[in-house]
Design a protein around this ligand. Structure first.
Ligand code: 3HC
Ligand code: NAI
Length: 691
């Protein structure tokens, strides 16, 4: 079989050329793939026996896009444009045969083919927006010409992967092949095209669907409004819309020029760099150097959860959603009924919004079995404790589990910060004890911190990582230290925010600065949402902090209608002069002279100590890599992905500048700002922490 190069081969059967790409893992458009495509098409065109060409891929997928790892490097071989020109201008029909996913540049190649055929399980999409980009190889100009403007807007701004049946309906593909018979059906389709003398359909020449939207400015302004909340702060969605507008209002060539200009702006900007980094970090975090993928795992078929409160209920839903049976244990029947009632209500709310069916509600509820005895956990493969945050209670529970749980069961705690080694030491199987730190609401938040104790076995870690994948979480492995990684860093921001309101800022100044930076909400709004009384004790409260004072006044946050802010019935917040007075008086009593504090200072004070803490965490080995810290903060705490997480952001600012700032602050304000020795080393030796 003639090879074009090491990733492409050309095969001619009857009068049909079959150009096959095979470049694992995802047939991304690397320089050798582009070269193979270019040469293969040329050879097939030159061969007089060939009447049509089928472009098909081996492995798990059709071309999944440009090779992201080549971005920023000097391009080699033919450009993607040259490849596309060769395809589109071919005098012989070229058919893209799609399985897996045709994404980004991959779909853009398929869009220059004259016809497209896909198996039922295939999906097509232009997901560049998730990388802070727009389709830079004609996708924004060709897609609306095939599927219409509204569908194209949706695809480029959300990056959705459109399933085959919808691709057929919208005109994106011309034919559906039988599953598993893509090659045979593609060849048959090619022969049909030849025998019916079908034209060489060039998508760039189809204007009907874009002309239909010409002059319809409402369409675009309404669309912009509809996505404004979700896309706040991101550049790429807006640039994608501008390209589709160009497709509608300008010629194809003018549109391509606009697409190119905007693509270059995005690819050279910080946001896309951050989002591309996020793409690779999100995959990297699953890799644990001393626990390879092949490590043996326990089979997890039945789950037990202790405590049907806020966290236990949410955790149970994760497993039921994945079709796994859960036994939920409470202290008594009344609390159990209450906890299970809340789960049902949550499911019913989701069903009312049309996201799941009534049948789904019942199926999932049927998987959750309430119990009031620990003995009911004796057969479970994984048991997760989610009782109150109290070491004595947790130890009591684990010593019972030690007796009740079967051999090989994983014993997990959802503690937010207690010493897991101490909890494990109460059992005679500490190797089977691990922290599974879910985030609230546990059925919604993507992040799971998996906390490795001193003695946790590799098998237990490997099983936990796999389990996280099963329930759709992004897991990051962290070590035992107060607050683990996420909350440990959060406490830095909280401390500085609390100090800043005494020095002159108001809660709304700080929340607004962080909201504008890209967080969904600032620390004070977040505290109000969570409840100010978490960890507050009426008996021991002495009005020593603003928070204590607020709780003593019955201002417990959103649930009591007021906290740092005051809330209306729809939970819209506004600043409360009473709180402002309380804060100003508090400063006065503490003899702190208030001053005007600008946004820049707020960001430095809140964010730089977090970055410093990140270095301490790395130094202590509590996170495997800098990018894991960023994954935790993006998935668990709403750090804007286009700022890449605290460590990526620190690098953008410059670690040298941050170190200088910390040193200055340490001199003036003490040890809260003492730089991490690892940060000093990184700056001094110019080390790259992202390798
Ligand atoms: N470039 C380089 N590497 C890629 C890649 C790409 N486009 N897509 C995936 N990979 C790598 C991953 O990093 C991973 O590497 P690893 O095994 O070393 O960690 C490996 O391929 C497998 O990827 P996944 O683990 O994600 O595999 P899945 O089977 O879960 O998912 C996928 C496959 C749906 C194709 C998913 O990888 C994906 O969404 N890829 C990105 C698709 C994309 O964004 N394409 C657009 C690129 S930008 C573009 O095309 C610009 C153009 O408009 C000019
Ligand atoms: P919660 O108070 O809502 O629920 C705890 C539940 O445990 C209660 O329903 C209680 O009746 C039950 N319980 C207590 N003793 C028990 C026993 N001996 N047997 C069976 N059930 C018992 O508390 P929440 O918020 O769900 O927290 C649980 C754990 O999760 C804590 O360790 C907490 O630190 C941690 N966590 C909490 C988060 C949050 O945002 N609420 C986030 C992440 C972790």
């Amino acid at each position: 079989m003639p090879s074009i190069n090491d990733v492409t081969k050309l095969d001619i059967k009857d009068n049909i050329a079959i150009l096959t790409l095979n470049s694992p893992p995802v047939n991304a458009l690397s320089s050798s793939v582009r070269e193979g495509l270019s040469l293969g098409i040329k050879d097939a065109i030159q061969d007089n026996n060939v009447e049509a060409i089928v472009l098909i891929c081996e492995g798990r997928t059709f071309i999944a896009g440009a090779d992201i790892s080549e971005f920023g490097k000097i391009p080699k071989g033919p450009s993607l444009f040259e490849v596309q020109e060769g395809i589109e201008n071919s005098p012989k029909p070229i058919i893209a045969a799609i399985h897996g996913t045709a994404l980004g540049g991959g779909l853009e190649v398929a869009l220059t083919c004259h016809y497209r055929i896909a198996v039922p399980s295939a999906k097509c999409g232009l997901p560049e927006v998730s990388l802070g980009l727009l389709p830079g190889a004609g996708g924004t100009q060709r897609l609306p010409r095939l599927v219409g403007v509204e569908q194209a807007l949706k695809m480029v701004t959300t990056g959705i992967h459109l399933p085959s049946d919808k691709c057929l309906k919208s005109g994106l593909v011309d034919e559906i092949a039988d599953e598993g018979r893509l090659l045979e059906d593609s060849v048959t389709f090619a022969k049909k095209i030849i025998s019916e003398k079908r034209p060489l359909k060039k998508v760039r020449e189809l204007n009907e669907k874009v002309i239909a939207a010409r002059g319809n400015t409402d369409l675009f302004s309404n669309y912009r409004k509809s996505i404004a909340r979700k896309t706040r702060g991101f550049l790429a969605p807006e640039y994608n819309i501008q390209c589709i507008e160009a497709a509608v209002n300008q010629t194809f060539d003018e549109g391509i020029k606009i697409e190119r200009d905007l693509f270059l702006k995005l690819i050279n900007g910080n946001q896309s760099a951050a989002q591309r980094y996020f793409f690779f970090s999100q995959r990297q975090v699953a890799k644990i150097p001393d626990v390879p993928k092949e490590t043996e795992v326990y089979s997890i078929k039945e789950i037990g959860i202790i405590g049907a409160g806020t966290m236990g209920g949410g955790i149970a839903m994760n497993f039921a959603n994945a079709g796994l049976p859960v036994t939920l244990v409470e202290r008594n029947q009344e609390l159990l009924d209450k906890g299970i009632g809340i789960i049902r209500k949550n499911y019913e709310n989701t069903a009312n919004k049309g996201r799941i069916s009534i049948e789904d509600v019942e199926n999932r509820m049927n998987l959750i079995n309430g119990q009031v005895s620990m003995e009911s956990l004796s057969t479970k493969d994984l048991i997760i404790e989610a009782v109150f945050e109290n070491m004595d209670l947790k130890k009591e529970i684990f010593s019972q589990l030690n007796t009740v749980a079967k051999e090989g069961a994983i014993l997990a705690t959802n503690t937010s910060g207690l010493d897991i080694n101490e909890i494990a030491s109460i059992t005679d199987r500490p190797e089977n004890v691990i922290g599974l730190h879910f985030f609230s609401p546990a059925n919604v938040m993507k992040l799971l911190e998996i906390v490795r104790g001193q003695k946790t076995s590799k098998k237990v870690i490997s099983t936990s990582m796999l389990m996280a994948k099963t329930i759709g979480k992004t897991a990051a492995l962290v070590g035992v230290c107060p607050g683990f990684v996420g909350n440990r860093i959060l406490s830095q921001r909280q401390r500085e925010a609390n100090k800043l309101i005494l020095e002159g800022a108001l809660p709304s100044d700080i929340d607004n600065a962080l909201f504008d930076f890209g967080f969904p909400m600032g620390p004070f709004a977040m505290s109000d949402l969570a409840g100010l009384d978490i960890g507050w004790n009426k008996e021991t409260s002495r009005g020593e902090t603003i928070r204590e004072k607020l709780c003593e006044d019955g201002r417990l946050g959103q649930k009591s209608g007021k906290g740092f802010y005051i809330y209306d019935e729809s939970r819209n917040k506004s600043s409360d002069p009473e709180v402002e007075k309380l804060i100003i008086d508090f400063s006065k009593n503490k003899q702190i002279k208030r001053r005007i504090i600008g946004n820049e200072e707020i960001l430095e004070r809140c964010l730089y100590p977090m970055i410093n803490e990140g270095f301490k965490i790395l130094e202590e080995g509590m996170a495997i890599r800098a990018s894991d810290i960023d994954i935790i903060w993006i998935n668990g705490y709403g750090w804007p992905v286009y700022e890449g997480g605290p460590m990526f952001y620190g690098n953008t600012i410059g670690f040298e500048k941050i170190l200088e700032w910390l040193r200055k602050m340490e001199k003036e304000h003490g040890s809260d700002f003492t730089p991490s020795p690892y940060l000093e080393k990184v700056v001094e030796e110019k080390l790259n922490i992202f390798n």
